[in-house]
Design a protein around this ligand. Structure first.
Ligand code: NAD
Ligand code: WQD
Length: 332
């Protein structure tokens, strides 16, 4: 089987390429390297000792994308490519809608033109409204609070409508909770450009001495220790969910939607302490005010993914901290 991985040089995409190559799939990556580097592609080849085809192509460039489709017969697409920084999306909403929606629409056009019938889409827990009860099931109320979240919401709708019209398409929407961790080799991992927005990379950079301290955004939430609770999932577990989704797409038509999370929550202080304990490092931190737009808790109900996809996250918070730190130490 040949899989097109859009955004395959990125954090989750690169880990997925490793798993796909190790499972014997042929892999073609399209990435414009807007938020990644060619080093990730080299890293994938180093880990797997296998080759893949890489195109430095922007999904928004329809003519270039057409050439990629003309050169391969894809059995399935995994669509990771997109911009994902929430604060940047608030500052530059048009850039986010332009990139994330146009990329997805162009892919849909190519699927139609070249009769590619299966697509797995990187959605996010951010498409759930903040007033749902926890844990979140797939039928919880949808809505977003920022342009990034709305772009995911809109892409979901585009793909849902396309699947309904095409009849023979299989669309799988995967709503990720909080992916963290890195490949056990330490060769690939999350390497955000600029100052990280997300907790785990910020902790790892603080452990390296890049930042003075971690700012804990609020300790007055209605949670056991007052700090925000999230459902952190190891990136290699998350990747396994995509392999399950490929199998599901072979046998189903229409649109399926699944949460990818562990169902277990960890607070900001629990993550900091787990990182310290697992890695024998100190993470200076102090309490700051709440970050605007944050919720107290975001937790997946992973039952549907377990029952329908046969997916279960296996790795612990300690695994996530250990692998993050191994990668961070190797990163210049
Ligand atoms: P990432 O930024 O590391 O990877 C995305 C990749 O897409 C990058 O390599 C980037 O260069 C590429 N890209 C962006 N726009 C493109 C375009 N127009 N054409 C070609 N390539 C383009 O992000 P990630 O963390 O690996 O996330 C992958 C996907 O999962 C994204 O769609 C993201 O929104 C989604 N997601 C991520 C998280 C998370 O916390 N990491 C959570 C939920 C959903
Ligand atoms: C986790 C917890 C913060 C940084 C974001 C996006 C979401 C999704 C994943 C893609 C929260 C706290 C954080 C820091 C802190 N991405 N925190 N100090 O906010 O759950 O989700 O990334 O779809 O769309 O919104 O993840 O890692 O930013 O925060 O105290 O320096 O850590 O307040 O409680 P979040 P996060």
């Amino acid at each position: 089987m040949t899989i097109l991985v859009t955004g395959g040089a990125g954090y989750i995409g690169s880990h997925t390429c490793v798993e796909l190559l190790e499972k014997g799939y042929s892999v073609v990556v399209v990435d414009n390297l807007a938020n990644s580097s060619i080093n990730a592609i080299e890293g994938i080849k180093k880990i797997t000792q296998k080759d893949l085809t890489f195109y430095k192509t922007d999904l928004c460039d329809k003519a270039e994308l057409d050439k990629v489709f003309a050169e391969h017969e894809f059995d399935c697409i995994i669509h990771f490519a997109g911009l994902k920084a929430v604060p940047e999306s608030v500052a530059m909403p048009i850039k986010y809608y332009q990139n994330n929606l146009t990329g997805t629409l162009n892919l849909c056009s190519m699927m139609k033109k070249y009769d590619v019938r299966q697509i797995i889409f990187s959605s996010s827990a951010t498409v759930y409204r903040s007033d749902n009860t926890m844990p979140l099931t797939e039928d919880a109320h949808l809505g977003a609070t920022n342009p990034y979240g709305w772009s995911k919401f809109m892409c979901e709708q585009i793909l849902r409508d396309a699947a309904a019209a095409a009849k023979n398409w299989a669309v799988v929407l995967l709503r990720y909770f909080n992916p963290v961790g890195a490949h056990s080799s330490g060769i690939i991992g999350e390497n955000p450009s600029g100052i990280p927005n997300n907790l785990m990379p910020f902790i790892a950079q603080t452990a390296r001495g890049i930042h003075k301290e971690v700012r804990v955004f609020g300790n007055d939430y209605d949670t056991p220790d007052g700090t925000g609770v999230r459902d952190y999932i190891h990136v290699t577990d998350l990747v396994h969910g995509h392999v399950c989704a490929i199998d599901y797409a072979q046998e189903h038509r229409g649109c399926g939607v699944f949460n990818l999370g562990t169902g277990k929550g960890a607070s900001v202080l629990e993550v900091i302490h787990a990182f310290e304990k697992t890695n024998g490092v100190e993470i200076p931190h102090s309490i700051f005010g709440r970050r605007p737009g944050d919720n107290a808790i975001a937790l997946a109900d992973p039952t549907k993914a377990m029952q329908v996809l046969g997916f279960k996250a296996e790795k612990t918070l300690e695994d996530m901290c250990k692998d993050t730190w191994r990668f961070q130490k190797r990163t210049p």
